[in-house]
Design a protein around this ligand. Structure first.
Ligand code: EPZ
Length: 420
């Protein structure tokens, strides 16, 4: 397993390009199962989760190829089995996203239940309840969901008990080929849900309300191919903005969409950084000043994203003053706190709140990544810690950040990847 070795203390400066959004690319790759036509997808980030999804589709008999512009061409007309094995699903929970499309187009699916996860139990009960309401027959046995939909799925009125991002994506995809109208109440409003809806609409789906809490889908007989480009990754964007803020630097991020990051940009401005933006770029400049710690409460979009919580916890540890970060989405998303303490951070947990008091400096140490965004927070802390920080188990980070050491090196960071 590789590790990253970071020598901290360098204010980041320069500009880099943001990649396509992982959490839009994964459902859009699953959406290719809804048609027998060729689907071409552009701006796909080169991440381990994307590779896993391509392997999962390939094992089903789906044809995939990468063209000269690094776009992925998918043709699910050749699909021969509707099976998602545990050995793949256990490495990537988002594999559950094939369930809705397989049921909608083929009327059957056997999909391994995702196991537990470091940040919480993350059940998929709301996915299954929604599909059952649409007429699917679901049986959970030996860790697999055995699903069948004799005839077609039927449109239904779905009242989601909780806001679930992949649950909304799964049910919206299933509804595109169901008979009649489906209304999803209390739907997730994340931009990645809207990006999936836009892709489905380009395939001939009838969807209204994506991006709001009520999505209406009129089922159609079939969907056709499309050529679609993934929206930029707002969490990657936020992560590199925090990298600039935490190191006291000045960074410009291109090929992104700052309007998707309203809550995060507001908090960075509140912390005292100067944030400027254009249609497809955003820049953060600390003016060499040490920023102020900020209080954060995570919530579903358009609230402050839970996927930026770990990064802000790290930032608060070296900012002026005391602040509280409350995690309201997942029940166990503070694994990074114990590791930040190893770097000298003054941070303690009170229930689902992390209370930090900024220290003048962190000191480098070996630390261990436990999940994707916790890994990012440890890299950020290493960028500002004195001496060397060794971040172990960085396969977590490779799931969600494309070429992270290259992008950080472009900004002046002293970072290298070595086999551990
Ligand atoms: C998506 O996960 C993202 N992953 C996560 O990003 C993100 O943190 C999360 O949404 C919240 O924004 C992808 O899109 C691939 P949820 P998801 O269903 O859909 C509970 C990252 O770092 N719940 O919105 O799995 C659940 O336990 C990853 O990129 C149920 O109880 O999250 C959680 O507490 C991490 N039953 C809450 O809802 C269900 O059936 C929100 O989960 C579904 C969810």
């Amino acid at each position: 397993m590789d590790k990253l070795i970071i020598t901290g203390g360098v204010p980041l400066n320069g500009e880099i390009r943001i990649s396509g959004a992982k959490n839009a690319a994964l459902p859009i790759l699953a959406a290719t199962l809804l048609t027998g036509d060729k689907v071409v997808i552009g701006n796909i980030p080169h991440l381990h989760d994307i590779t896993t999804t391509m392997e999962l589709l390939g094992r089903m008999g789906v044809e995939l190829m990468v063209d000269e512009r690094m776009r992925i061409e998918v043709n699910a007309g050749s699909i021969r089995e509707m099976f998602a094995p545990y050995e793949l699903v256990k490495t990537m929970r988002a594999s559950i996203l094939v369930l809705g499309p397989l049921l909608a187009r083929h009327g059957r699916a056997e999909v391994s239940l995702p196991g537990g996860c470091a940040i919480g139990s993350r059940p998929v009960n709301l996915h299954l309840q929604g599909l059952a309401a649409m007429g699917a027959e679901l049986r959970v046995e030996n860790g697999y969901v055995h699903a069948a939909a004799p005839g077609r799925l039927k449109g239904a009125r779905l009242n989601m008990d909780m806001v679930t991002v992949t649950g909304t994506k799964n049910l919206m995809m299933a509804a595109t080929l169901a008979e009649g109208r489906t209304v999803i109440h209390n739907a997730a409003r994340e931009p990645e849900v809207s990006d999936l809806a836009n892709c489905l609409i380009s395939m001939g789906a009838c969807i209204e309300g994506a991006g709001t809490d009520t999505i209406i889908v009129e089922g159609v007989k079939e969907l056709h191919g499309t050529d679609y480009s993934i929206l930029p990754d707002r969490i990657e964007t936020g992560t590199y903005l925090v990298a600039a803020a935490i190191t006291g630097g000045r960074v410009k991020l291109k090929s992104t969409r700052p309007e998707l990051l309203g809550a995060v940009l507001a908090k960075l401005t509140e912390a005292g950084a100067e944030v400027t933006q254009g249609e497809d770029w955003v820049m953060l400049d600390t003016g060499g000043r040490r920023i102020k710690a900020v209080d954060v409460h995570t919530s579903p979009y358009p609230g402050f994203p839970t996927d930026m919580q770990a990064q802000f916890t790290a930032m608060n540890c070296v900012s002026r003053g005391t602040a509280a970060i409350t995690e309201n989405v997942f029940e166990n998303r503070f694994m990074h706190v114990l590791e930040l303490r190893r770097l000298g951070a003054d941070v303690r947990l009170e229930g689902n709140t992390a209370i930090t008091t900024g220290v003048p400096r962190l000191t480098g140490a070996p630390v261990m990544a436990t999940d994707l965004r916790a890994s990012a927070s440890l890299v950020l802390a290493g960028l500002v810690a004195e001496g060397e920080t060794h971040v172990e188990r960085i396969y977590h980070i490779d799931r969600g950040y494309e070429t992270i050491e290259e992008k950080l090196s472009q900004l002046g960071a002293q970072i290298r990847r070595v086999p551990s």
